[in-house]
Design a protein around this ligand. Structure first.
Ligand SMILES: [Zn+2]
Ligand SMILES: [Zn+2]
Length: 329
């Protein structure tokens, strides 16, 4: 089968013929149709993700068609792949925190991902969806909708009275705005890119400002989603959050330390929350939200598999509005 292989860090992906994967019992083989790319792929390609062994087929936002009957799924069924395959028995798995499972296997990270004609995954994580949404929409929802879903509704326990600020209106941020808007929760956005601010306003944000104008939002949000993964984004989140507020950080940069004013943290009773991807339940909920039209998957552009390196370059330039998708046929 044709696959895009990562054979060395900070080098283009190599398009090669590789053997088709063999699904073992409990797994299903999926004929891949669409793969979303995101910021964590750039970290992976640059060698900034610890524990990555090469060669590897990247791609963790994956949707396609079941290639052979499994125990539960039937050939031809449309499925999207939840990212984490966890042990199910450790203390974190028992508490529904499967993303923290020490023996979890992550699609396109420490097992081959979707930038190939076929991928094998545990049948448990292959989530069916209806033909009311496209393969591309289902694929990107596995991270770009699941992650803000978990951050807002899980980690930050978003309530009807809350006001939400989204720092960074990239792939995660534009979907966070929609999740808030669908609950009639007021949302504001900070992003330096005008096209992204416009998109956020169109998707239901009441206000969208450049970082230089963030002072307008000081003391306004009860919940901040930090999705930029930058030190400046974190600083703005802390600066703006209202007393008693929660900051859920989805963005990060390996090896970078950010500082917090201790008085602001204690006296303002600010809750700092790390938020990592989402649970299997969140991924299912994200698919249902797309099917219901509550959230729309925002896709900047599609690329064929042969042009995967152009897709990576477009993402790296940092001006895309929503996700970049590779169509694998
Ligand atoms: Zn991702
Ligand atoms: Zn576990």
């Amino acid at each position: 089968m044709r696959a895009a292989l990562l054979t060395g860090f900070s080098r283009p992906l190599q398009l090669r013929e590789v053997p088709e994967p063999d699904a073992v019992p409990g797994e299903v083989l999926i004929e891949v149709r669409a793969v979303g790319l995101c910021g964590s792929d750039l970290k992976l390609l640059a060698g900034a993700t610890p524990g990555t062994s090469l060669p590897l087929i990247p791609g963790h936002e994956v949707a396609g068609v079941v290639a052979r009957d499994g125990d539960r799924l039937r050939r031809g069924q449309r499925v999207a792949c939840y990212l984490y395959e966890s042990c199910g028995v450790c203390r974190w798995c028992r508490r529904d925190q499967e993303v923290l499972c020490p023996s979890t296997r992550r699609l396109g990270r420490n097992r081959d991902g979707g930038l190939a004609e076929y991928v094998r995954v545990s049948e448990r994580v292959a989530l069916p969806f209806t033909d009311t949404i496209s393969f591309a929409e289902a694929a990107v929802s596995m991270d770009a909708v699941t992650t803000p879903w978990h951050a807002l509704l899980g980690r930050a326990s978003l309530g009807a009275e809350d006001q939400v600020l989204v720092v960074g209106a990239g792939g995660l941020g534009l979907h966070a705005v929609q999740i808030a808007a669908a609950r009639a929760v007021s949302a504001a956005v900070i992003d330096p890119v005008a096209d992204r601010r416009d998109a956020a306003l169109e998707l239901g944000a009441g206000v969208a400002v450049d970082p230089g104008d963030a002072g307008r939002l000081r003391g306004w949000p009860d919940v901040v989603i930090e999705a930029s993964g930058t030190e400046e984004g974190f600083r703005l989140a802390l600066e703006c959050v209202a007393p008693g507020g929660r900051i859920a950080c989805c963005g990060y940069r390996p090896g970078s330390s950010w500082t917090v004013d201790s008085a602001r943290l204690s006296l303002g009773e600010i809750s700092l929350l790390g938020s990592r991807a989402g649970r299997l339940d969140d991924a299912v909920a994200a698919l249902r939200a797309l099917e219901a039209g509550e959230v729309r998957a925002i896709i900047d552009r599609h690329y064929p598999l042969d042009e995967v390196n152009d897709a990576v370059d477009a993402l790296r330039q940092g001006r895309t509005v929503g996700r970049v998708v590779v169509d694998v046929t």
